[in-house]
Design a protein around this ligand. Structure first.
Ligand SMILES: [Zn+2]
Length: 455
């Protein structure tokens, strides 16, 4: 069998991995949008293989850098099953529609090519097939696979694929994006076992999560300093799927415990609302704390001072409101979405804190703010940065260097032959490699895009 890394090679976005068996059977793992090469407007338009030749697509999770190019794959002739968990399938429906809307708006501004439309999203939805965690599924006499909890977002899977070739059974694992053990709402990662090969994410391969306080304590500290002491506004950019729910759940807990000051919390992202509903619907997939909360309270996120921004009149009401408040809005890296409006409105307000709660790829508006720039360009205007810019890793949805190494130890029972590093900056991969034991370090491969390995 051959493995080719067609995406997230020495970078974080655009995950796409191809396994080709000697029989000619082809499995694609993930098919995401690549956001890193902004100068190449065609980067996601074409595939380096014929989509008609792919037999099956196994999808780790719904995030658009793993799933966002699937309707384009379907448009270009892929007819096989798209296999994922049930929460992932429900999230995809919303994320793909949102992706079409973003593509249409970018296309109108001549920024990027339009990859697909609503018809292709409908076609892709019809090819979805959902499976449960921890059940071995046979694709044919030679190939079977099992989904294991990756602990990254609701329904996220690591995929263990077993291939029988030339009277030998080989097992290859794809971590997808892993979660940070102990995360809000989400279960801990369940490491795959008995692997010959592991293709692993390395997003935070050279970082240590520093925050030792609980998410409740961290948020309450920011709320008190910004919204009470300074009577200002706390703006939290957050991804619609995962991060927004972790933040709203934490705020709800603070509210229920009587600790949240009497200020409004605005959740301003239609996609985040849809995603929150999916979390409530599939709460069985969440951790014990979340399941307990859902049973006792009926909802994971609703509380009295939470204002969900659903339509134009909600937006107008929010804009008229001038008191101190908390605004949670997407997108996480501050590229596009409603958050740009809030940044534009508040970046010159010294009583405002913008709290970045996740990874920001180089070049994004979020990364520019974290670099400490004195001016930024947002919504077509240059603005001075007078707001306080801060960052927390307490809501991180990826393991740090220690978490990754713990995962490798748990999944390596002695027969691991190769460890492929993907989904990370090259520097992060090199640092992680250096931190490994001699035995594991010599098994590491850092594939370039399009590099093929015989397994
Ligand atoms: Zn992800």
């Amino acid at each position: 069998m051959k493995y080719t890394c067609w995406g997230a090679a020495k970078q974080v976005t655009g995950s796409m991995h191809l396994l080709e068996l000697e029989s000619g059977y082809k499995i694609l793992v993930d098919c995401g949008i690549d956001y890193e090469d902004k100068d190449n407007k065609e980067i996601n338009a074409h595939f380096p293989f014929n989509p008609r030749d792919i037999d099956v697509l196994l999808l780790t999770h719904a995030h658009i850098d793993h799933s966002g190019n699937i309707p384009n794959l379907v448009k270009q002739g892929f007819k096989g099953d798209i296999i994922c968990t049930e929460p992932t399938a429900f999230l995809l429906e919303k994320l793909w529609v949102d992706s079409v809307n973003i593509q249409n708006s970018n296309h109108n501004r001549r920024q990027t090519a339009r990859l697909y439309g609503f018809k292709e999203v409908k076609d892709a939805n019809e090819q979805l097939l959902t499976v449960s965690f921890s059940k071995r599924i046979e694709l044919n006499q030679q190939v079977s696979f099992t989904f294991h909890e990756a602990g990254h977002i609701i329904g996220a899977a690591s995929i263990e694929i077993q291939v029988s070739e030339n009277n030998t059974i080989k097992t290859i694992g794809f971590t997808g994006d892993l979660g940070n053990p102990g995360s809000k709402l989400i279960v801990d990662p369940n490491p795959m076992q008995g692997l010959d090969y592991l293709v692993t994410e390395t997003t935070y391969g050279n970082r240590q999560h520093k925050e030792k306080r609980s998410p409740e304590d961290v948020l309450l500290d920011y709320v008190t300093k910004t919204c009470v002491d300074q009577e200002g506004r706390l703006i939290i950019p957050a991804f619609s799927v995962g991060r927004t729910q972790a933040i709203l759940f934490t705020l709800k807990k603070l509210f229920n415990e009587g600790k949240l000051p009497p200020i409004r919390v605005f959740a301003d992202s239609p996609l985040a609302l849809a995603s929150s509903n999916i979390h409530n619907r599939f709460s069985d997939y969440l951790n014990d704390e979340a399941i307990g909360y859902k049973l006792a309270d009926g909802s994971l996120f609703d509380f009295k001072s939470l204002y969900l921004i659903e339509d134009k009149s909600d937006v107008e009401d929010m804009e008229l409101y001038r008191e101190s408040c908390i605004i949670v809005s997407s997108a996480g890296m501050l590229e596009g979405g409603r958050i740009q409006h809030h940044i534009s409105d508040h970046i010159q307000n010294p009583a405002c804190t913008i709290l970045i709660a996740g990874f920001c790829s180089p070049g994004t508006l979020g990364a520019q703010l974290l670099e400490g720039r004195s001016t930024i360009r947002v919504k077509g205007n240059d603005k001075y940065v007078y707001a306080k810019i801060d960052q927390t890793d307490v809501f991180s949805a990826h393991p740090d260097t220690n978490g990754l190494q713990d995962y490798f130890s748990a999944s390596n029972d002695g027969k691991l032959k190769k460890l492929f590093f993907v989904h990370g900056e090259e520097e992060s991969m090199n640092d992680l490699k250096s931190a490994l034991s001699d035995d594991l370090r010599e098994k590491v491969e850092i594939p370039s895009k399009g590099e093929t390995f015989q397994l």
